[in-house]
Design a protein around this ligand. Structure first.
Ligand SMILES: *Cc1c(COP(=O)(O)O)cnc(C)c1O
Length: 392
């Protein structure tokens, strides 16, 4: 408390505004504590968190199993580079591989964008081809390789020239994909549900069509589950719903319960790569691996994906039932939910924040809800009531 009084929200906000680079569109809130689906600011103001750490907090804030795993590991070994073997990494590799629906080899990194970078390098390495086909409205991160796959012109244009060989086709359109893939295509990269691009689930059959098109041309299929993975859409991984096996699967966000971690999963048939072709200093560290082990355990013990499926269906049905006149469509899968408005979303995000609900945009007119999957129905109901209030 003493510390909070010396550093109130206003001081934190002023300091960050002065010393950071300004690249983030910031809300006027300083979050200092979290538990489950709630966070608090320095003055004790409580918020229901439907940002969920940008999809990082699928198990909520400070889940006791993750906190315990991190504390335990932190006092034993904090760091261990990949040139040595490690107990937590070996155990997590085994557990993650067992949870995946295809036999795999796994590369660990520290973020979603890094998992995409590795996927692009691996695809070029495997196929010895230059081109990547990505989707309009697709989002894959902000580093130069990942940004080349990302579609949004306002993210891309200041940084042109990006990596050559990337094209973008309309999402959810197998014919457009078919027309773009050829014998120079290394890979097609897609999200099973476009998250940042407006919460757009692929139609049933689209990813299977993408699989067939890739196979016909000897191209790889990269599925980006950075946002959809770890229970978010009602399955541990979206590929279980779509019954499609990718060549490469990218994971990050909720993989380690809030700690920075990513993984690039390569189908076993592509074999090991030669040593030295890729690497990263922090990859597969013991603390994040211990946290990620706890995440998988809790996902299974508490049936988190099923919870997300049930709560998500309730949330989507309830929001649709409100028939809000400003809302064009409510869509989503599991607890990845979007409300497409007939007007700009920004004022509603601000109004919700004033009423204690943190939410995200997904493009200019979509309100995106990414609550922790452990959120209670009472809290979800509060979120619905606040949305109804600000949108009436
Ligand atoms: C967030 C996100 C990324 C980028 O992850 P970072 O950790 O922010 O680099 C990539 N792909 C998808 C689908 C995402 O949602």
């Amino acid at each position: 408390m003493g510390q909070n009084r010396r550093h109130g929200s206003a001081e934190m906000i002023a300091t960050e505004s002065r010393l950071e680079t300004g690249v983030y569109p910031k809300r006027q809130v300083a979050v200092v504590r979290g538990a489950g689906a709630r966070v608090w600011d320095a003055e004790g103001r409580e918020f229901l968190d439907c940002v969920g750490g940008h999809g990082v907090a699928n198990l909520g804030h400070c889940h006791p199993a993750i906190v315990a795993a991190v504390q335990e590991q932190a006092s034993r070994l904090l760091t261990c580079p990949e040139i040595f073997h490690n107990d937590q990494r070996a155990a997590y590799l085994e557990e993650l591989a067992a949870a995946l629906p295809f036999p795999s080899r796994i590369f660990f990194c520290n973020s979603g964008a890094e998992s995409i970078e590795a996927s692009i390098k691996f695809a070029r390495l495997i196929t010895e081809r230059p081109r990547i086909v990505a989707a309009k409205r697709g989002f894959h991160g902000r580093t130069l390789g990942a940004l080349s796959a990302t579609w949004e012109p306002k993210y891309r244009e200041p940084f042109i020239p990006l990596i050559p060989g990337f094209v973008h086709v309309p999402y959810d359109d197998p014919e457009a994909l078919e027309a773009a893939v050829d014998d120079l295509t290394a890979a097609v990269i897609l999200e099973p549900v476009q998250g940042e691009g407006g919460v757009r689930p692929a139609s049933p059959g689209y990813l299977a069509a993408a699989r067939r098109i890739c196979d016909a041309h000897g191209a790889l299929l990269i599925l980006d589950e950075v946002q959809t993975g770890f229970g978010r859409i009602g399955h541990l991984f979206a590929i279980e719903r779509d019954q499609v096996i990718p060549d490469i699967l990218t994971l990050a966000k909720s993989i380690a319960g809030g700690l920075p971690m990513g993984a690039t999963v390569v189908h076993e048939r592509h074999g090991p790569f030669s040593s030295g072709v890729h690497g990263t200093t922090f990859g597969g560290g013991p603390v994040v691996c211990a946290a990620a082990r706890a995440v998988l355990r809790v996902m299974q013990e508490e049936r988190i994906p099923q919870q997300a499926a049930e709560k998500g269906q309730w949330l989507i049905d309830t929001l649709r039932g409100l028939n809000l006149r400003r809302v064009r469509e409510v869509r989503g899968l599991g607890l990845l939910v979007g409300l497409e408005l007939k007007e700009r979303v920004q004022p509603f995000l601000a109004a919700l924040l004033d009423r204690g609900v943190l939410a995200l945009p997904a493009g200019p007119t979509v309100l995106r809800l990414l609550p922790p999957l452990v959120i209670s129905y009472d809290d979800l109901d509060t979120v619905v009531q606040q949305i109804r209030h600000v949108m009436q």
